[in-house]
Each structure stands twice: as structure tokens, then as C-alpha cells.
Design a protein around this ligand. Structure first.
Ligand code: NDP
Ligand code: 2IT
Length: 446
């Protein structure tokens, strides 16, 4: 699609998908980068590759009834959007959060297609979830919800069809209950149908750490491309969930000091550097809130309702949720001297924020590249399941490091090749798109 065709195309996406603002935003961000690659390959336009990518192959919406511990009946909505399978089975996480809607799942599934292509692994893209709120729910309530959710979803899954994993609100506990119900209904021990499984029953070492570790590795590569090191840098990481915790751990292993993290209640500031073991104890073992951290650690403070992006830092990693870092926040970070930003979360920076970072010359790693380590390690888990093998932590982490280094150089190189040196947004969008588009052309109009 040439530049003059982008506006009418985008208007049509908005018209066909009313109210799905996050989906519109994700489409816009990709399409705006594609002019040069469409000019080079007219076939992509003729075969309507972008139009096909913006229409998911299949969208499933279903009712999820369940009963809480007090005997009250609840009805939630479940989603699975299977966006594209040109490169492999649909692959992408499940999110349980009250904000989940069709538009959110579609934006995540759309992003996932390009991210998965960047990994170089044989993965298509999809995403799912529910507006179920797991906060404050007992273990048994979570189990009953997961069982009800899988009772509908199982018919759409399979190791060669669609392979979910975790995302916000879904970790190894939930994957366990989902797998148990899938196994019971199908009477198949099909390890490759879900990733992020427990280590005792088919899970892969490093999958838990992979997204956060990978984001830190991508950050290291962006700095290296500018002749800089993470060692000695001051970092801020938003969120305090799976991605944030392991991003913090790896940044600290690389010699950086991470002075702040957050949750939806507030911000913890720890000028001596966050203690990851304490964070893990509170978030993973106790499933508690972040204010406990400050209660247990000297010098650390917890500020309710504070904005984490006001904390001065050299490097910022948004690792919580979409649109958590605005144009104003970007201006504050730039004023405070930030030199690199890598997105551990999916689309955490608003379009105004992205523009501000690019204009200011900040090294900016978009989520579809910077957080691809999670899904890449899911593919390594599938590989181990398929060959009934089990790799060591060291070997798996080495593979993850190679993959992240390759994604960085692919994005860097592609940005340069298409006339936007240093712009990882353009590099990631074009590189991911090209892989999917070539496969779609080869497979004909399906
Ligand atoms: P978790 O559920 O483990 O943690 C989410 C964190 O983000 C929590 O600290 C949570 O705070 C905060 N958060 C979530 N929603 C909001 C919100 N609406 N407003 C403010 N804070 C919020 O999820 P993950 O760490 O797995 O996921 C974080 C991000 O990373 C998401 O964007 C996800 O899509 C992305 N991602 C995850 C991957 C994975 O493998 N898990 C892979 C690639 C990307 P609170 O507890 O207060 O809600
Ligand atoms: O956004 C993501 O890449 C994920 N939530 C992980 C997907 C996966 O299938 O491992």
C-alpha cells in the first residue's frame, strides 16, 4: 500500500472494528512503517496482505460460567482470536484481567504475529483471555474458572493448531489447571498444547524468566550498538509481575541498579537497588501487594498513586500494561536524561510517547522485538516437548540470548536498509511483516 492509500485503509479498519481503540492503535503503528517495503514488493499490495492481516482468521467468543467459594454464580466472557497461521500454529498468551475486551485481545494478537515472526521460530499469532479478575480469588476459585474456560476452549486448541501460554493474570498455576482440564476432556497427554507449564510436567527451564531476561538482553544490545554498557546505569522498571521481576534480575546481573518498580496501587523506590529475592517472595510466594516491600526493607519507600516515570533514570523499561507511558511521561524521562527505553509489556508507550523518544534520539525498543524472548522460549519448550528432551538452564538461556541478539541485529539492519537508521520501530515492523508476507504470498489466497 502506498502512502496515499494508508489513510483510507486505516479508516476502513476503524469502520469495520468500531470502538476497538487499542486494535486501531496497533494497526496504525505497523501500517505507518510499511510504505518502503510495499514499494519494494508490489506483490504484497496486489495480494492484499495487509488487509488480510487485519482480519483475524478466526475469532472465538464464549461464555464462562463458574461458582465462587460462597456458592454465587458468575458469568465471564472468554476470547481467543486466531490472527494468522502463515508461519506456524497460532501462538500467544491468555490474559485474565477485568479490562480484557475483544479490542484488547485483537491488538495483542495482531502484535503477536509480527513478534513471533521476528523470533525466526515456526509460530503463527493469536491471543486470548477473559474479563475475569483473579485478584483476591482463592486457589479453588481460580481452578474452577480455568476448568470452565478450558471446557469451551479445548476444541479450538492442539499442538499443531493453537498453543496458548500465560500473560497478565495467567502464570504457571493457571496453566496447570488449564492443562489438567484439557488432558481430562481430550484423554491426551499433549504437552505441546500449552507453554509455561510446571517444570515437573513438561515445562522448560528459563520460560518463567524469559520475557524479562530477554528484554534486558535487548536493552544491552541497543546500548552496545551505541558503544555503551548497562554496567553502572540507573534503571526504572514499571510493574512487578512476571516480566518486571526477571527484567530487574537480569539488569542487575548486567551491573545496573534498578531503583523503582510499581503496581496499579503505587511505586516502590529503593535507592540502593531493588532486592529481587524479596520481590519474588512477596509477589510469587505470598501473592501480596507491593507496599509490603517497603515495610520490610530499610531505605525503600512506597508512594501510593505515584507516577513511576517521574523517577530520574538512564534507562526505562515499561513492563506492566498497554498505554502506561504517555507523551507527557516521555517528556519527563527525556528531561531527566533517559538514553534507552525497552518495552517489556505490549504497547506500553502511547504513539505520542514513541514519537517523543524517536525525536529525542532515545534508543527505543518496541515490545514486539524487546519482549519476544518469552514467546521464543515457548517455542523452545515446544521443541523439547516434541523431542521428549530436557535442556539445562544454561543451555536454554544461551539459546535465548542468541535469539535476542539476532532479533536486535535484524531490526537494526532492516531499519538501515529501509532508510530509517536507528529506528527499531520501523526495523521490527518491516522485518516481521516481510517474513509473514512472503509466506502468505507463497501459500496463495487462503
Ligand atoms: P503479571 O500479571 O505477572 O503482572 C502484571 C503487572 O502489571 C502487575 O504488576 C500489575 O499490577 C501491573 N498491571 C497490569 N495491568 C495494569 C493496569 N491496568 N494498570 C496498572 N498496572 C497494571 O503479567 P506479566 O508480567 O506477564 O505481563 C506484563 C506485560 O508484559 C503485559 O503487557 C504482557 O502482555 C506483556 N508480556 C508478557 C509476557 C509473558 O511471557 N508473561 C510475554 C511478552 C509480553 P497489579 O498487580 O496492581 O495489577
Ligand atoms: O505477549 C506475549 O508474547 C506472551 N504473553 C507470551 C506468549 C507465548 O505464547 O509464550
Amino acid at each position: 500500500m502506498l502512502d496515499e492509500k494508508i489513510e483510507p485503509f486505516y479508516d476502513e479498519v476503524v469502520r469495520r472494528n468500531p470502538g476497538e481503540v487499542e486494535f486501531h492503535q496497533a494497526v496504525r503503528e505497523v501500517v505507518d512503517s510499511l510504505g518502503p517495503v510495499l514499494a519494494k514488493h508490489p506483490r504484497f499490495t496486489e495480494r492484499k496482505i495487509i488487509e488480510r492481516l487485519c482480519e483475524p482468521e478466526r475469532q472465538i467468543i464464549f461464555r464462562v460460567p463458574w461458582i465462587d467459594d460462597a456458592g454465587e454464580v458468575h458469568i465471564n466472557r472468554g476470547f481467543r482470536v486466531e490472527v494468522n497461521s502463515a508461519l506456524g500454529p497460532y501462538k500467544g498468551g491468555l490474559r485474565f484481567h477485568p479490562s480484557v475486551s475483544l479490542g484488547i485481545v485483537k491488538f495483542l494478537g495482531f502484535e503477536q504475529v509480527f513478534k513471533n515472526a521476528l523470533t525466526g521460530m515456526p509460530l503463527g499469532g493469536g491471543k486470548g483471555g477473559s474479563d475475569f479478575d483473579p485478584k483476591g480469588r482463592s486457589d479453588d476459585e481460580i481452578m474452577r474458572f480455568c476448568q470452565s474456560f478450558m471446557t469451551e476452549l479445548y476444541r479450538h486448541l492442539g499442538e499443531y493448531t493453537d498453543v496458548p501460554a500465560g500473560d497478565i493474570g495467567v502464570g504457571s498455576r493457571e496453566i496447570g489447571y488449564l492443562f489438567g482440564q484439557y488432558k481430562r476432556i481430550t484423554n491426551r497427554y499433549e504437552s505441546g498444547v500449552l507453554t509455561g507449564k510446571g517444570l515437573e510436567w513438561g515445562g522448560a527451564l528459563v520460560r518463567t524468566e524469559a520475557t524479562g531476561y530477554g528484554t534486558a538482553m535487548f536493552t544491552r544490545e541497543m546500548l552496545a550498538a551505541r558503544g555503551e554498557l548497562l554496567d553502572g546505569k540507573t534503571c526504572v522498571v514499571s510493574g512487578s509481575g512476571n516480566v518486571a521481576i526477571y527484567a530487574i534480575e537480569k539488569l542487575e546481573q548486567f551491573g545496573a541498579t534498578v531503583v523503582a518498580c510499581s503496581d496499579s496501587d503505587g511505586v516502590v523506590y529503593d535507592p540502593k537497588g531493588l532486592d529481587v529475592d524479596l520481590l519474588r517472595q512477596i509477589k510469587e510466594v505470598e501473592r501480596g501487594r507491593l507496599d509490603r516491600y517497603a515495610q520490610r526493607r530499610d531505605y525503600a519507600t512506597h508512594s501510593r498513586g505515584a507516577n513511576i516515570w517521574e523517577t530520574p533514570c538512564d534507562i526505562a523499561l515499561p513492563c506492566a500494561t498497554q498505554n502506561e507511558l504517555t507523551g507527557r511521561d516521555a517528556a519527563t524521562l527525556i528531561r531527566n536524561g533517559v538514553s534507552a527505553v525497552a518495552e517489556g509489556a505490549n504497547m506500553p508507550t502511547t504513539p505520542e510517547g514513541v514519537r517523543a523518544f524517536l525525536d529525542a534520539g532515545v534508543a527505543f525498543g518496541p515490545g514486539k522485538a524487546a519482549n519476544a524472548g518469552g514467546v521464543a522460549t515457548s517455542a523452545l519448550e515446544m521443541q523439547q516437548n516434541a523431542s521428549r528432551d530436557r535442556w539445562t538452564f544454561e543451555h536454554t538461556e544461551e539459546r535465548l540470548d542468541e535469539i535476542m541478539t539476532d532479533i536486535h541485529s535484524l531490526c537494526h539492519r532492516t531499519a538501515e536498509e529501509f532508510g530509517s537508521p536507528g529506528n527499531y520501530v520501523v526495523g521490527a515492523n518491516i522485518a516481521g511483516f516481510q517474513r509473514v508476507a512472503h509466506a502468505m504470498v507463497a501459500m496463495g489466497l487462503v
